[in-house]
Ligand binder design. Structure first.
Ligand SMILES: Nc1ncnc2c1ncn2[C@@H]1O[C@H](COP(=O)(O)OP(=O)(O)OP(=O)(O)O)[C@@H](O)[C@H]1O
Length: 303
């Protein structure tokens, strides 16, 4: 059973098509990235899946069915617009939110204490939300979305405002959830994080599906058939001129990207290289998700 399934879903606001015939599924136990430029339709898609708004056409299934009130309790949502009761103490905030999701008080208290400890916030448990820094408030907001131990967690920009240490902690927590078989939908503009964390992604542009699949598969597919080579000595760069079948080279930090002519196999290039010099690294060069994102958006805009 899919954790989530969209079949031919469309939605417009005042004649503007914001979601156009979108189909995809999210599998249980994966981290699924929802990517796309500003205004692509990511938040609208999340609001559709949470049944906050209704589609004009198409079908949405959460946990294999239409979303029920009980189904909503199995979902945790960190929205883009943040908001917590500023005067309430941290521990009380979390316990209260868990109880709203029908978690018994004792269990809510235990969950809240464990989560506060895991994000290094336990010592602040008696402080009011307004007494915390922005990053700490962000972490509490993140904890609010998982306090009831949901099966499906939807995180809209969970890293915004976090320093590198807090980012690492939140990332570890997200991975911990995935490893425990929970499903995570991650909407973010931080491509580096998406590349590291996501198993699969859906990229939207102007409400349309432009990329969908595994991160590894998409990177392979979008690759330019080039090779990344690291020589033991930098001077070895010169020998590239002697090797037949190389169309172009680009010097990168610590390595060189080689673009063979059509029909020239990587194996042939490698044999030519090792015959002449010492090689430390030789691999297919894959574009980053960031490069793919920019290229896809620019290509689609130009069509
Ligand atoms: N309630 C609404 N009424 C009218 N237009 C809307 C409404 N909600 C969203 N839109 C429009 O739908 C489009 C998609 O918006 P959405 O917020 O889903 O994009 P997004 O991908 O989440 O963008 P961002 O990355 O900037 O958060 C935008 O053009 C937006 O103006």
């Amino acid at each position: 059973m899919h954790a989530l399934e969209f079949k031919g879903v469309s939605k417009s606001f005042a004649e503007k098509n914001v979601i156009r015939d979108i189909s995809f599924s999210v599998e249980q136990g994966e981290i699924f990235g929802l990517l796309g430029p500003n205004g692509a339709g990511k938040t609208t898609l999340i609001r559709l899946l949470l049944d906050i708004i209704k589609p004009d056409s198409g079908e949405i299934r959460v946990f294999g069915d239409s979303l029920t009130a009980a189904g909503k309790d199995r979902i945790g949502y960190l929205p883009e617009e943040r908001g917590l009761y500023r005067k309430t103490k941290l521990l009380d905030t979390l316990v209260y939110l868990a109880q709203l999701k029908n978690v018994p008080k004792k269990e809510a208290q235990a969950n809240a204490e464990a989560l506060l400890k895991s994000l290094d916030l336990y010592e602040h448990r008696g402080k009011r939300v307004e007494e915390l820094s922005k990053g700490m408030q962000q972490k509490i907001q993140f904890l609010s979305s998982i306090i009831h131990d949901p099966e499906l967690i939807i995180l809209d920009e969970p890293f915004s405002g976090l320093d590198p240490v807090s980012t690492k902690t939140v990332k570890a927590k997200i991975l911990e959830y995935r490893n425990a078989g929970r499903t995570v939908i991650l909407s973010t503009h931080m491509m580096e994080q998406a590349q590291k964390l996501c198993d699969r992604i859906l990229m939207l542009n102007k409400g349309q599906r432009v990329l969908y699949g595994t991160v590894a598969g998409i990177r392979k597919e979008q690759g330019k058939n080039s090779l990344l080579v690291e020589f033991a000595e930098k001077e070895s760069l010169n020998i590239l001129q002697e090797i037949p079948g190389i169309r172009k080279i680009i010097e990168r930090e610590g390595s060189v990207e080689i673009f063979p002519e059509d029909g020239i196999r990587a194996q042939t290039v490698l044999q030519e290289l090792v015959r002449r010099t010492e090689i430390l690294r030789f691999e297919q060069a894959l574009p980053s998700l960031n490069e793919i994102f920019i290229e896809t958006v620019e290509r689609v805009s130009g069509e």
